[in-house]
Design a protein. Structure first.
Length: 239
C-alpha cells in the first residue's frame, strides 16, 4: 500500500484531503490529522474548502448546522471577511461534526486585524448564551489585550492574555478541564490551571460572540484536533 508523503495516510486519502490544506503552513502530518479526525476550516487566500473527520466540504455552507449571515461567506485574500453580523457564520450542530468540546481538544485560529477597535471576536464555542463560552478568541484595543478565554459571564472562567497587535496572528491552544495552555506566533505562551468546564455547549461561531462583538477583519484558518496536544508538537516544527 502506497502512503501519502509525510502523512502516514494511504495516498488516496492524502490526495482527497490535500485540497483542504492548501495555503496552510505547519507540520503536514498534524494538519492531516486535524482534517482526518477533527475539523479544518480553510479560508486562506479566499479559499472555501473544508474537512470534518475526513469528509471534504466544497463550501462552508455545506457543513452540518451551518447558519450564514446575509452576506456570508465573503471571501478575500485575507480570508473570510467579517465586519458585521451579515458576515458571520455559525455551525450549530457539534454532534454532527463529531466534536465534543467538553473533552480535551486543541484549537488553532489564524486571523488578520486591519485595526484594533473595540472588542473583536474571532471564534467562540458556546451554548447560545453569554454564560457558557468555551473557548473564545478575541482582541481588544482597550488594555491592549488579545485574549484566549472561556466564559465571561458564567461562573467558570479561564483567561490567557497576549498583547494585541494589528496584522496577522495565530493562536494555538490546548484545552482540558482546569488546564489550558495557549501560544501566539511562537512568541508568547500562557497557562491557566484554574478553569472549569462550562455547561453543555453546541455551536461554533466564526467572527462573532453571542449577541455582540464582531471580528472586523479576516479569518483564515480554524483547526481542531480532538485531543490535547502540547505546544512543542506545533512550535518545534514549521507552524
Amino acid at each position: 500500500m502506497r502512503l501519502g508523503l509525510a502523512t502516514g495516510l494511504p495516498a488516496v486519502a492524502a490526495d482527497r484531503l490535500a485540497p483542504c490544506l492548501e495555503g496552510m503552513s505547519g507540520p503536514r502530518a498534524l494538519l492531516h490529522e486535524a482534517a482526518r479526525t477533527g475539523l479544518v476550516l480553510n479560508f486562506t487566500g479566499g479559499r472555501d474548502r473544508h474537512a470534518v473527520r475526513g469528509r471534504v466540504y466544497d463550501t462552508i455552507a455545506d457543513l452540518p448546522g451551518a447558519v450564514l449571515g446575509a452576506a456570508a461567506p465573503r471571501l478575500t485574500p485575507q480570508g473570510l471577511r467579517v465586519d458585521g453580523p451579515e458576515d458571520t457564520i455559525s455551525l450549530t450542530d457539534l454532534p454532527a461534526l463529531g466534536f465534543d468540546p467538553l473533552q480535551p481538544f486543541t484549537l488553532m485560529v489564524e486571523w488578520n486585524l486591519p485595526v484594533l477597535t473595540g472588542l473583536q471576536a474571532a471564534l467562540t464555542i458556546d451554548d447560545g448564551t453569554t454564560s457558557n463560552r468555551w473557548p473564545q478568541i478575541w482582541a481588544h484595543n482597550a488594555g491592549n489585550a488579545q485574549v484566549f478565554t472561556t466564559s465571561t459571564a458564567g461562573t467558570d472562567q479561564g483567561t490567557i492574555a497576549f498583547p494585541a497587535r494589528v496584522g496577522a496572528s495565530r493562536i494555538v491552544a490546548g484545552i482540558e478541564t482546569d488546564n489550558l495552555w495557549a501560544q501566539r506566533d511562537r512568541e508568547e505562551t500562557g497557562l491557566d490551571e484554574t478553569a472549569a468546564l462550562p455547561g453543555t455547549i453546541n455551536a461554533i461561531r466564526l467572527g462573532t460572540r453571542v449577541l455582540d462583538s464582531y471580528l472586523m477583519g479576516g479569518l483564515s484558518i480554524i483547526a481542531i484536533w480532538p485531543r490535547r496536544l502540547s505546544s512543542e508538537d506545533f512550535f518545534s516544527g514549521s507552524l
